[in-house]
Design a binder for this molecule. Structure first.
Ligand SMILES: N[C@@H](CCC(=O)N[C@@H](CS)C(=O)NCC(=O)O)C(=O)O
Length: 321
């Protein structure tokens, strides 16, 4: 079996098994910690505007979710944003986009500094997104699925008056099941294709991915969004994988049975979202391409970044709605 991108996260059968999220603190109005303090004895941090900083990478689909949800809910002025460079070096995510190489609020050059000041024995991958407490420099959470749901539910006090309900109570059982399938076969499925180190593990992930995309196409043929007439968290989660599909996953992760542009319903659906305020302006195809092709050395040791594909289709009429 050939080398793995992340050997600690590769099973004996060559399948990619993602590490658990280490930091699972939650910001919530139910915290019993005083303002400026926290977390309380249940890991709950107090809800405060201007206190927490979302660290993201424009290339990362998990971080991209948080960036979109924060914007859709009108939390841009409430939670500040720090952006790491799309290319990691051996010390991990760097604040190399900031003028002097330091995040202007946290004063750190590498995200690992925040991880290690929270847990000095941390040995896992240092990942984005991370929500960091600007008062202590500690990581509150890198638990990306809970983070976005909490923005919808726990941060309601600071939502814009016209904020959408991205996680409606009555839809949650169906949404949770749907998002779990999308996670397994699509969001993480593309990584299971790309990071597989055995033919069998790749074949299994590839087959499940395209079967799920077919099922989603069928679902979306009869409705504008995954849960009906309104955008929900499920759409955000599917979008961040679809928008990377042709520029990264089709080539770099060998998800090449079909391109997004060859799946008419999903392609129109993705364009519809791309053209919706809060989505397209958060997409950076250059960062996405450079990150994937120049970061995973086991997969692309030359680090050559492809010039294609043609991206002009993203702004063409989608015909949905
Ligand atoms: N926190 C999750 C998902 C987030 C994640 O994997 N983010 C990627 C970027 S897309 C990352 O930060 N990777 C850092 C690394 O692999 O060292 C995990 O640990 O698997």
């Amino acid at each position: 079996m050939s080398g793995a991108q992340f050997s600690a996260e590769t099973s004996g059968g060559g399948a990619f098994v993602r590490q658990p999220n280490r930091f699972t603190g939650r910001v919530t109005p139910h915290s019993t910690a005083p303002e400026g303090g926290g977390p309380d004895d249940q890991g709950r941090w107090p809800l405060e505007a201007g206190r927490y900083r979302l660290i993201w990478c424009r290339a990362c689909p998990w971080a991209h979710r948080a960036r979109i949800v924060r914007g859709l809910l009108g939390l841009d002025e409430v939670i500040s944003l720090g952006t790491v460079d799309p290319i990691r070096d051996e010390r991990g995510w760097r604040f190399a986009l900031d003028p002097d190489g330091f995040d202007p609020v946290l004063g750190i050059g590498f995200l690992s500094e925040a991880y290690l000041s929270t847990d000095r024995d941390y040995t896992g991958r240092v990942t984005v997104p991370a929500l960091v407490d600007t008062l202590t420099g500690r990581v509150v959470t890198n638990d990306y699925p809970q983070l976005t749901l909490d923005l919808s539910t726990e941060w309601r006090r600071f939502h814009a008056p016209d904020a959408p309900d991205l996680y409606p109570v009555e839809l949650r059982p169906e949404m949770d099941a749907l998002m779990a399938e999308i996670h397994r076969d699509v969001n993480n499925g593309v990584y299971r294709c790309g990071f597989a180190t055995s033919q069998e593990a790749y074949d299994e992930a590839f087959t499940a991915l395209f079967a799920r995309l077919d099922a989603l196409s069928e679902r979306l043929a009869g409705r504008r969004y995954l849960m009906g007439d309104a955008i929900t968290e499920a759409d955000v989660r599917l979008f961040t994988t679809l928008v990377r599909f042709d520029v990264a996953y089709h080539g770099h992760f060998k998800c090449n049975e079909r391109k997004l542009t060859e799946m008419p319903v999903l392609w129109a659906y993705a364009r519809d979202l791309f053209q919706t305020p809060g989505f397209g302006e958060t997409v950076d195809f250059d960062h996405i391409k450079r990150h994937y092709y120049a970061t995973h050395d086991m997969i692309n040791p030359t680090r050559i970044v492809p010039l294609g594909p043609d991206l002009s289709g993203w702004t063409t009429a989608h015909g949905r709605g």
